[in-house]
Design a protein around this ligand. Structure first.
Ligand SMILES: [Zn+2]
Length: 91
């Protein structure tokens, strides 16, 4: 049941034009977003639920998503570094 409602909520959110978490694909229309800063002024949005378990972040998947959204290589590399630090608990 959880997966069905999640699917429907994500469908409705994407129809309304909301983006989604690059780690779990859940839509911002119903998921709380949080920011991981990867430089002094720039951050990437990842949902609070995913960030509550940073060791489970799928960095490869997030990189693919960002590249699909048109992010440039430099920023993706900075995001990768920030996420690895987060996973290792250095931040
Ligand atoms: Zn997420």
């Amino acid at each position: 049941m959880f997966f069905i409602t999640r699917f429907i909520k994500n469908r409705i959110g994407s129809i309304k034009g909301f983006g989604s978490c690059p780690n779990c694909d859940d839509c911002w229309s119903w998921k709380k977003q949080n920011t991981v800063m990867y430089s002094d002024f720039s951050g990437v949005l990842i949902c609070e639920e995913c960030l509550s378990k940073p060791q489970l972040l799928d960095i490869k998947r997030i990189e693919k998503k960002l590249s699909y959204y048109g992010w440039d290589r430099l920023n993706i590399a900075l995001v990768r570094t920030a996420l690895y630090k987060l996973k290792e608990g250095k931040e």
